[in-house]
Design a protein around this ligand. Structure first.
Ligand code: AMP
Length: 189
């Protein structure tokens, strides 16, 4: 069983690469952004709680996010490997994830960080906004999301670097080339 964290700022291509990785390796995909969007769309009590926060581009508090993630893990006891997409986004989330994995006698084996310059991210999201229908792709929300990434989420990288799990992949260029670079990391070990 191999568990992977696909890491990167908004617009780095995590969703696109996740789809390809799931197809090739059969991971169970856990995207906290997709889960939150499902809850807001279906107006669950959790969805009502987080809608305003999400629409503003801010991070949902750790207590809520970690509890939702744990529930999702518990729903998949037979998973032959998880791909975490958009989680962890804070050091507390990363620690909680390690703890949950440990409780299942497992761990996070790979962290792949997609490296994309800020200017390119903003251009990609401006393009995505035309079709995504996501309130948080609006310019001022996007600024907040990019700030959340560089203010909070980026501190997760040294956490994984410390215990030698971090692999950085250039996230600029053709989708298939980026995918091959990710596969090369996974297949090497
Ligand atoms: P994403 O689709 O991953 O960009 O997530 C969309 C929004 O969901 C984020 O801007 C946050 O408001 C919320 N969100 C998703 N994942 C997390 C997380 N791990 N921690 C906190 N908030 C999150």
């Amino acid at each position: 069983m191999v568990n992977l964290v696909l890491f990167g700022p908004p617009g780095a291509g995590k969703g696109t690469q996740s789809e390809k990785l799931i197809e090739k390796y059969g991971f169970v995909h856990i995207s906290t952004g997709d889960l939150f969007r499902w809850h807001t769309k279906n107006e669950t009590s959790l969805g009502k709680k987080v809608k305003e926060i999400m629409d503003s581009g801010a991070l949902v508090p750790d207590s809520i996010t970690i509890a939702m993630l744990k529930e999702e893990l518990d729903k998949n006891p037979d998973a032959n490997g998880f791909l975490f997409d958009g989680f962890p986004r804070t050091v507390d989330q990363a620690q909680a994830l390690d703890q949950f994995m440990k409780e299942n006698n497992s761990g996070i084996h790979f962290v792949i960080a997609l490296d994309v310059p800020e200017k390119e991210l903003r251009e990609r999201i401006a393009k995505r906004k035309l079709t995504s229908n996501r309130a948080d792709d609006e310019v001022e929300k996007l600024n907040k999301r990019v700030n959340e990434y560089f203010g909070k989420t980026i501190h997760v990288l040294p956490y994984y670097k410390k215990n030698d799990r971090l692999n950085t992949v250039n996230g600029v260029g053709e989708i298939d080339k980026i995918f091959s670079a990710i596969c090369a990391v996974l297949d090497k070990k």
